[in-house]
Ligand binder design. Structure first.
Ligand code: ADP
Ligand code: MG
Length: 889
């Protein structure tokens, strides 16, 4: 901007502050408004939909764009800015304008960013909100190490992890991001360009990811270790199990520095740093998580319609967040799973206990976020009241828990702190009708503090107290006509007629003589007067101080609050699982160790909810390592193939989070990964072609699946021409059934009928189909999975059902017949299966878009039988047989 001579001291101050907070929109407090100037004003006016005006009207050339929002409505505007991906620095007046000499001192008191907010209006109460710092170390051209640190400021949860990835395929890193979904990503300034491809990919995956460049030295190891050990007041980080980390520690240091800067707080609620273990959990890659619609739907990204929404009957936000975490990090430890299942089972069997617990939990607020607000110095009296209401439920909760016998519930009961001291404190001190403001009084109850009670009495009864004193002085002096009065010059006084003044006690001080009367003051009168006059201000001051004391006391005890919050969350989820199981008739899964999956009468937890009771057709699925490694499932479109596949994956997953499952019975093994490739939907969000996406995911499965994995393949190969697709599907199925000699449990739905021939080539592969009933020329979907392949695709019947005109349908039947007649080779072999499976053989070459013509045909075309001599004919037959043999190898 041009160096204008018109820069006022106020603007000077504005510019100085603005310079300290680059990359933020500065909300600059002026009286009852937050004002924005220059470029900030232009941006904010647009984002917030408010009028852009300008300062310094007289001189057109020096016009400064500005806009403002009223302070009492700031939170809504702040929300809009942050949701639009901006960082906002909030600059307050830090001294009383009345006392300021010259310009009022102002300071930025905090910076709100998409990843760093404690504002209820900005937070999704059912999900964690992380800011993440990332450091990438290049180990070699093929291997990079990503160090990540993640912190949710609203709860103080601080985690680190490290992920190795290849720069060509950062899938492993993307996976962590898509699970934790940070709202903001910090990277070193110097890496902005080198990391651009990666950050670009991540923002595409995340939908919206606010990228923040930070000074490089913040990411240095020395800085990081110093910052962290100083914060945690420890000599090193070994006690947190973090000493083996390098890149992640660098990231954690930078993250903490960022938070200190934005929060202007000691972050006392960030009490430890936890390694986020990548192992020990059932891994579900990003694509599968989306395909299975665990937390949001595939189309539209809605929570409604996801597994999470179906299962979420939690009563508290802490519970809702924990449920989400459990769903994204399913357990692998059999004992842990059984412990959760035991807890759920107990709550199912004790409906009275469950109902009482759930209704008590219903009255509990977000203790985690409330206590973080206190620590960060934002908590107001209403927050304290919310804590009080929550704590009031704890004794009854504890009482209910005491009767429980399962190990998880017992463990919660035994370590349960009912926090009655904190409850009593808030209850005795904080008024139920307290306002959100802290400096306007009405916070503290009577009977809590003697001085405050006195002040309140003065305010309420001040006049009467003066009259009482008048009465007392009359009695003492015996002058019945002694009268209290007031004027501006010396305030309250006693007026006495001149004839009576000689009888006055000596503490009466003469102030004024009138014609008939004299006016006196007494020390007691002046004291009382002074108390009344100052009572108002003193009261506000005292209430504020008392409030801060109480808040500080809670802050000192916040580890206790957080511990209870964590236990309540766990209890909430267990009760939620019990409730869901009861309501929707789920069964307790058995967890076996013999690598088999047996589900009887399984249902799809989400789809069954969208249907009338009893309409969903349950299905049995059995997988084992001997004869049921890979099931080929055929059936016409709309028969229910995808549904049976997904429900199997969901049932297995649900068991791993300790939830009962939608089935009559289920005997399941622990799986290490669930892979799915579902549907051939264009992945528009990532802008890749369907086929490329499909093949990426297929490659991922083939490379990473083990004998403990569960693979769901739904119509792979659909994204390319028929023969290519079929060839790939075939080869993939073969590989899965036999990988490493053990095979991988796979459900493979396909519309390629040719694939049913696979069963004939391997003991481990079985054919299944979804039954349909033919009825006249039409079909009825039975949605029942049955043994054996369908011999028909019913595509034409489906087309007829869909309203394709009758003469087109008739013609289609004719064409189908022609095609079917050409389906086998002369030897009666299915054409596609011609090259028997086995290692030594060359893969069959298939042209891109049309069936291969046999070389024999080409040869035949070259001759005219009418012109051949007998010798030539015989030679030709030899040649032809030779060619055929060669071709069959
Ligand atoms: P496919 O993959 O074979 O084309 P889907 O699994 O997508 O078929 O199922 C199509 C529709 O059929 C579903 O949206 C659902 O409405 C219904 N459906 C599927 N399975 C069942 C079932 N077991 N019971 C009742 N309806 C079902
Ligand atoms: Mg389908």
């Amino acid at each position: 901007m041009s160096a204008s001579p018109k820069i006022t001291p106020m603007l000077q101050q504005y510019l100085e502050i603005k310079e300290q907070y680059p990359g933020t929109i500065l909300f600059y407090r002026m009286g009852d408004f937050y004002e924005m100037f220059f470029e900030d004003a232009v941006v904010a006016a647009k984002v917030l939909g408010i009028t852009l005006t300008s300062r310094s009207h007289k001189d057109e050339a020096n016009k400064i764009p500005m806009c403002g929002v009223p302070f009492h409505a700031v939170s809504g505007y702040l929300g809009k800015m942050v949701k639009a991906g901006y960082r906002v620095a909030i600059c307050e007046q830090v001294e009383d304008p009345k006392e300021a000499k010259g310009i009022v001192r102002r300071e930025v008191i905090r910076v709100v960013t998409p990843g760093v907010t404690t504002d209820d209006q900005l937070l999704d109460e059912k999900a964690d909100c992380y800011v993440c710092a990332l450091v990438v170390q290049k180990k070699s051209t093929k291997e990079h190490l990503a160090g990540l640190a993640l912190l949710d400021i609203s709860t103080g949860r601080f985690q680190i992890c490290e992920v190795s990835f290849s720069p060509k395929d950062p899938g492993a890193l993307v996976d962590v991001f898509s699970r934790l979904r940070p709202a903001e990503l910090l990277i070193p300034q110097a890496e902005l360009d080198t990391l651009a491809p990666l950050t670009h990919l991540l923002s595409q995956q995340m939908g919206q990811l606010c990228l923040t460049a930070r000074p490089d030295f913040h990411f240095e190891t020395v800085t990081a270790i110093a910052t962290l050990t100083e914060h945690f007041r420890t000599a090193n980080l070994a006690g947190f199990g973090c000493d083996a980390y390098t890149a992640a520690i660098d990231a954690a240091g930078a993250l903490l520095l960022y938070l200190r800067e934005t929060q202007k707080s000691e972050l006392a609620h960030v009490k430890r740093i936890m390694p986020l273990h990548q192992s020990g959990y059932l891994i579900i890659d990003d694509a599968s998580r989306r395909n299975l619609e665990l937390t949001e739907t595939l189309v539209g990204g809605q929570r409604q319609g996801s597994l999470l929404a179906t299962l979420d009957r939690t009563a508290t936000p802490m519970g809702a967040r924990l449920l989400r975490r459990w769903l994204l990090f399913p357990l692998q430890d059999r004992k842990e799973i059984l412990r959760r299942l035991d807890g759920v089972e107990e709550l199912i069997e004790q409906p009275a206990v469950r109902n009482t617990l759930r209704s008590l939990l219903d009255s509990i607020y977000d203790l985690e976020r409330l206590s973080s607000r206190l620590v960060l110095g934002h908590g107001n009296a209403r927050d304290l009241s919310a804590i009080k209401t929550s704590l009031a439920q704890l004794p009854d909760l504890h009482h209910q828990l005491n009767g429980c016998t399962s190990s998880l519930l017992r463990a919660i009961a035994e370590r349960f702190d009912i926090l009655d001291d904190l409850h009593r404190l808030i209850d005795s001190a904080i008024r139920d009708d307290a306002p959100i403001t802290l400096r306007e009084g009405n916070l503290i109850r009577e009977d809590y503090n003697a001085e405050l009670d006195h002040l309140l009495r003065l305010l309420r009864d001040g006049k009467q107290m003066i009259l009482d004193l008048e009465h007392a002085e009359r009695q003492r002096s015996g002058i019945a006509k002694l009268k209290v009065g007031y004027n501006k010059v010396f305030g309250y006084y006693f007026e006495i007629s001149r004839s009576q003044t000689q009888e006055l006690p000596e503490y009466f001080i003469r102030k004024q003589t009138l014609v008939n009367a004299e006016r006196f003051i007494t020390p007691e009168l002046k004291e009382l007067e002074n108390a009344i006059v100052t009572a108002h201000d003193r009261r506000l001051e005292l209430e504020y101080a008392l409030f801060l004391d109480i808040r500080e006391h809670l802050v000192q005890n916040d580890h206790r609050l957080l511990q209870v919050a964590a236990q309540l969350a766990e209890l909430d989820v267990l009760a939620c699982f019990a409730e869901v199981a009861t309501r929707y008739r789920y069964c307790r899964p058995q967890i076996n160790t013999n690598r088999t999956i047996t589900i009887s009468e399984g249902r799809h937890p989400v789809i069954e909810r969208s249907m009338d009771p009893g309409r969903f057709v349950p299905n049995d699925v059995h997988l084992d390592q001997e004869r049921h490694e890979l099931l080929i499932i055929t059936g016409p479109n709309m028969a229910g193939k995808s549904t049976v596949l997904r429900q199997t994956a969901l049932i297995v997953l649900m068991a791993h989070i300790g939830c009962f499952v939608p089935a009559e019975s289920a005997d399941l093994c622990i799986v290490d990964r669930i892979f799915t490739r579902v549907g051939a939907m264009d992945d528009l969000r990532r802008g890749q072609s369907t086929f490329m996406v499909e093949m990426n995911e297929t490659a991922n499965i083939l490379n990473n699946a083990t004998e403990d994995s569960l693979v769901i393949l739904d119509e792979i190969g659909r994204g390319t021409s028929t023969y290519d697709g079929l060839a790939i599907a075939w080869a993939v199925a073969e590989e899965l059934a036999h990988k490493n000699g053990l095979g991988i449990k796979t459900l493979f739905a396909t519309h390629y009928h040719e694939l049913t021939d696979l069963a004939a080539t391997s003991d481990k592969i079985q054919n299944y189909s979804i039954a349909v009933k033919e009825w006249n020329d039409s079909i009825i979907f039975l949605h029942k999975l049955v043994k054996g392949a369908t011999n028909r695709s019913y595509g034409i019947q489906v087309a007829a059902l869909a309203g394709v005109p009758e003469h087109v349908i008739t013609r289609a039947y004719t064409i189908l017949k022609n095609i079917e007649q050409g389906e086998f080779t002369l030897q009666g072999q299915p054409k596609i299966a011609a090259g028997k499976s086995g290692k030594k053989q060359n893969p069959m070459q298939l042209p891109l878009f049309s069936p291969a013509t046999h070389p024999l045909t080409d040869l035949l075309r070259t001759i005219n039988p009418d012109l051949l001599t007998p010798k030539q004919a015989l030679d030709f037959i030899y040649q032809a047989v030779e060619l055929m043999k060669k071709n069959e190898e």
